[in-house]
Write a protein that binds this ligand. Structure first.
Ligand SMILES: [Zn+2]
Length: 177
């Protein structure tokens, strides 16, 4: 078990489009296990590989009692609009209401290399979309209006003046992704 340091807002890897995974090998499985360990230790409901500095299309989720491994995930269907509060392990202590489709079907590859589909709603659907956004270099703040976004960015910078872009995992607010 390894806990990986988290990359925080400001780290360039969070703004990069991560590369497709071509083969699910032992190294990929080790990354998945480390992502789960790090996510659990940080009390998150989801974690994408670029949040630990690895620009590959891999994310893990543990929400509504469902654990998902998402390798090269794609949303193939989405419907409805739902607004709920979101947070992000890479943007500690900042939360905002984000509107997204309420139900989605995701297609992804699992830990064994098999392609599967999963239908989700509620928190799980939100987490899936939040993590896929990460793989495309998008953060939840990008879904907000410009004024709200600017305000939250200013608050984050104020609270993280001396911050480096890398943080060792410690206790955080439950429910961040
Ligand atoms: Zn996040």
């Amino acid at each position: 078990m390894s806990l990986l340091p988290l990359h925080l807002l400001g780290s360039p890897v969070l703004r990069q489009r991560s590369a497709e995974v071509t083969v699910v090998d032992d190294e990929t499985r080790r990354l998945i296990d480390d992502l789960f360990d790090t996510m659990v230790a940080a009390k998150g409901v989801g974690l994408a590989a670029n949040q630990v500095g690895v620009a590959r299309r891999v994310a893990v989720i543990d929400a509504d009692d469902v654990r998902l491994v998402l390798i090269n995930p794609v949303i193939i269907e989405g419907e409805g609009r739902e607004t709920a509060e979101e947070g992000c392990l890479s943007i500690p202590e900042i939360y905002a209401e984000v509107t997204r489709p309420g139900r989605v079907t995701v297609e992804a590859t699992d830990r064994e290399g098999n392609r599967y589909r999963h239908e989700a709603s509620g928190l799980l659907a939100r987490a899936i979309q939040h993590e896929i956004d990460h793989l495309d270099g998008i953060l939840f703040l990008d879904h907000l209006g410009p004024i709200k976004r600017k305000m939250l960015l200013a608050r984050f910078r104020k609270e993280h003046k001396d911050a480096t872009y890398i943080k060792e995992v410690g206790p955080t607010h439950a429910g961040s992704q």
